[in-house]
Design a protein around this ligand. Sequence first.
Ligand SMILES: NC(=O)c1ccc[n+]([C@@H]2O[C@H](COP(=O)([O-])OP(=O)(O)OC[C@H]3O[C@@H](n4cnc5c(N)ncnc54)[C@H](O)[C@@H]3O)[C@@H](O)[C@H]2O)c1
Length: 308
Amino acid sequence: MGHRVVVVDDLSGGFEENIPKEAEFFPWDITEPVLVEELFKQVRPDYVYHFACYAAEGLSHFIKRFNYGNNLLGSVNLINCAVNYEVKCFVFTSSMAVYGSQQVPFREEMIPMPEDSYGIAKYAVERELEISHKMFRLPYVIFRPHNVFGERQNIGDKYRNVVGIFMNQCLKGEPMTIFGNGNQMRAFSYVGGVAPIISECVDNPKALNRTFNIGSDYPITVNQLSEDVATVMKYPWRVARFDVRQEVAKAFCDHSKLERVFGEIKSLSHMAALLRMAEWVKEHGARQSKEFKDIEITKNLPPSWVHA
Ligand SMILES: NC(=O)c1ccc[n+]([C@@H]2O[C@H](COP(=O)([O-])OP(=O)(O)OC[C@H]3O[C@@H](n4cnc5c(N)ncnc54)[C@H](O)[C@@H]3O)[C@@H](O)[C@H]2O)c1
């Protein structure tokens, strides 16, 4: 598309090898307002695609201060500069977590009722964008993705990305770990279907200043996912069950609003997408999960998340 692309990532959860060579890279932390100001001064971006986040939804209950500092205040630093430097469009990946445990499938007109700190931070950023548009005419597009997976994902974070966690466990010869009975339902969404829509949204006038669910229409249980992962990894199905943890039982979305504006998502089928990720994971190898160091509340922390 001929744009100059600048990537900002402090590599707290990402990997430099995933950044295309043609992109300029600033290994900066968005929670540092002075750095964010310097970035906008140097780059003067037309568009901001804001994905930076620590998206460990379940863990967010136990790391509230970090969650709001990183995911909310970091976002506010970007919004301030986007207003001051007159960005043409601010694209934000919120999350299905804003809905909480309402009737599925979640629809955009439902009033958000997030049930964890991650979802609350996402909803606060959404509202900030809405009022920054009203007050300062900052154009925005908000996406609420859900359970995205695919090649290059961080498979070494034991607190998030269940597809990656399962595949990593297969590679290490460990059983796949499931919280509770595994009947939780999610629609796992291949990144190859979701990413093109997000990247092209700024050129679609019908998308401006609106919010969209985005992802797969194919909800399955976590038990089913574990079987599917075992199949594509060619690994005998083996699971270890942990106590149920505080999480929404059924979470998936309606995408008719997205389809009206962008058309249908063009994606690989569920099994073809899992297979493609499995091939990448096998080639790439297992990753060691890092412990999250600064847990702020240890009460009710799932035992498997307590540091050894
Ligand atoms: N993956 C999903 O299923 C999913 C679902 C809903 C929403 N989202 C949202 O989409 C976005 C991308 O998610 P992802 O799964 O690709 O996550 P990811 O962890 O792979 O990518 C987020 C990146 O942000 C970087 N980062 C974190 N804090 C930073 C900071 N303070 N300064 C600079 N960089 C920082 C990390 O290093 C990482 O590379 C996030 O905003 C997430 O909340 C993801």
